[in-house]
Design a protein around this ligand. Structure first.
Ligand code: BEZ
Length: 219
């Protein structure tokens, strides 16, 4: 059955470039990003994995573990890693799952037969510390992902988890945020003592709570 937001991310044990991993154990209390690519030794995938290696400190800073996947075997991943380091200037510093029997690709619905019945598409799953699926994205093989967008979404998800705020269209870190509609004005007064701008009763805008000078609120 298809995975939906809020579902528990399916657990699995897999061979990776960093040895055998049990997914839930490996995640521990961290957030996680599980992302698939179509094939090793292909140009767009090479740039994507290089970029992820380069910005891994940004994931670390957010307490997020990242893990890649394709249907190629571990030896292939390890051979390709040399090309990634040589051409992208960043060495692979996170595990990449080898899924030649497509066990995990099928579990996460990463093969879309009308796109390719052989390779995984570019799927992204963001998983919370509660192991629930918080976001799913699917890109075609020909479009490299924007990992800045993935970091932006993680920032938004973590603000919601920690401060009960949502983020508006085109929000970027530091912009004003929105008090979640499920919070009453009474509760909001306690959480956001410096108040909010009531654009409409359902649209209450407040400074981003974890920024210097913002109204105190959240945890
Ligand atoms: C690539 O990574 O460049 C790629 C992989 C599969 C199909 C098309 C492009």
């Amino acid at each position: 059955m298809a995975i939906r937001l809020g579902d528990t991310a399916p657990d699995f044990t897999a061979e990776t470039t960093e040895g055998t991993i049990n997914f839930h154990e490996w995640l521990g209390d961290s957030w996680g990003v599980l992302f698939s690519h179509p094939k090793d030794f292909t140009p767009v995938c090479t740039t994507e994995l290089g970029e992820c290696a380069r910005i891994k400190p940004e994931f670390d800073r957010r307490n997020v573990k990242i893990i890649g996947l394709s249907v190629d075997p571990v030896d292939s991943h390890k051979g390709w890693a040399k090309d990634i380091e040589e051409t992208q200037g960043a060495a692979l510093n996170f595990p990449v799952i080898a899924d030649p029997d497509r066990k995990i690709a099928n579990l996460y619905d990463m093969i879309h037969p009308n796109a390719s019945d052989t390779f995984t598409v570019r799927s992204v799953y963001i998983i919370g510390p509660d192991k629930k699926v918080k976001l799913m994205l699917t890109y075609p093989a020909s479009t490299g992902r924007n990992f800045n967008e993935i970091l932006r979404v993680i920032d938004s998800l973590q603000l919601t988890a920690n401060y009960s705020v949502a983020t508006p269209a085109n929000w970027n870190d530091g912009d004003d945020v929105i008090i979640v509609p499920s919070m009453s004005d009474e509760e909001a007064k306690e959480k956001f003592p410096a108040g909010w701008k009531p654009v409409k009763p359902y649209l209450r805008v407040t400074p981003q709570p974890n920024k210097k000078g913002a109204a105190p609120g959240g945890q």
